[in-house]
Design a protein around this ligand. Structure first.
Ligand SMILES: [Zn+2]
Ligand SMILES: [Zn+2]
Length: 262
């Protein structure tokens, strides 16, 4: 299995998960041109993706989901309550996410199944989910847009070899930054986003003996800096005694990361 973060941050999120003949896109939050550009960077011609999964209805995740699903002739998987949203309507084939359960994601020929579990998480858009992908014993987890660390969520996402994890904001930079107090309270609240320290706390709950790659995601360009997020993550991995075997990357907004083996 391979995972490639195509875009990460408040302007748009999208991550590609590939295993055997199956390709699944998690979120498609960029606008049309940027989204199609990133798919080209990933060397994906039209029709290569069979599944588009949406974590939640915020436009930085959902904006182009229906459009990509239509272009790819892919199934759009989103919470039942979101399938009538304007961004979802373009998709020709839709499926309601089985929230809290495991489901198969088949290739076009029906073979080579990857499994996905959608795990409900606290965020100010109901429902919001994190995803755990599994293929031939390898596991990748994607967890962003969660208001606070949560042990049950960590248990549900357990055993990841590669982890894409939210490190959204630095409290000091946010206090000095451009956001009005009401937005700051929303972000820092239990249904907003995780700070670097909260991301580190969640990392501690999620880090298993399998973990070899950590991608810091949804890093705010206005209230955080990649070097601060990286430093926080490194300190946590040092404390856990696994810094020498875990590669850490910060996912940027304006370009795709390399395609990472799981
Ligand atoms: Zn978001
Ligand atoms: Zn959100």
């Amino acid at each position: 299995m391979h995972i490639q973060v195509l875009s990460s941050g408040s302007e748009g999120n999208s991550t590609l998960v590939r295993a055997g003949e199956v390709a699944a896109l998690v979120d498609a939050g960029l606008g049309r041109e940027a989204m199609l550009g990133r798919l080209e960077v990933a060397r994906l011609g039209p029709g290569a993706i069979q599944h588009v999964l949406v974590t939640h209805g915020h436009l930085d995740h959902a904006r182009s989901a229906g459009l990509v699903a239509k272009r790819e002739r892919a199934t759009l998987h989103a919470a039942d309550s979101m399938l009538t949203h304007p961004w979802a309507r373009r998709a020709k084939t839709c499926a309601a996410l089985a929230i809290g359960r495991d489901s198969p994601l088949a290739s076009r020929t029906g073979g080579d199944e990857m499994r996905v579990r959608s795990v409900p998480i606290p965020h100010d858009c109901d429902p919001t989910v994190a995803f755990r992908f599994e293929h031939e014993g390898r596991v990748a987890a994607i967890l962003t847009d969660i208001g606070r660390p949560d042990a049950e969520v960590a248990r549900q996402l357990g055993g990841a070899h590669v982890l894409v994890l939210e490190f959204n904001y630095d409290p000091e930079l946010m206090a000095r930054g451009p956001y009005p107090a009401v937005l700051q309270r929303r972000i820092a609240g239990g249904r907003g986003h995780m700070s670097n320290a909260q991301g580190a706390e969640m990392l501690e709950l999620l880090a298993s003996e399998n973990l070899h790659t950590l991608v810091l995601a949804h890093i705010s360009q206005k209230t955080n800096r990649p070097d601060i997020a990286l430093e926080t993550a490194h300190a946590t991995l040092e404390r856990l005694g696994i810094a020498n075997r875990v590669r850490v990357l910060a996912a940027p907004q304006h370009e795709a990361l390399p395609n990472l083996p799981v």
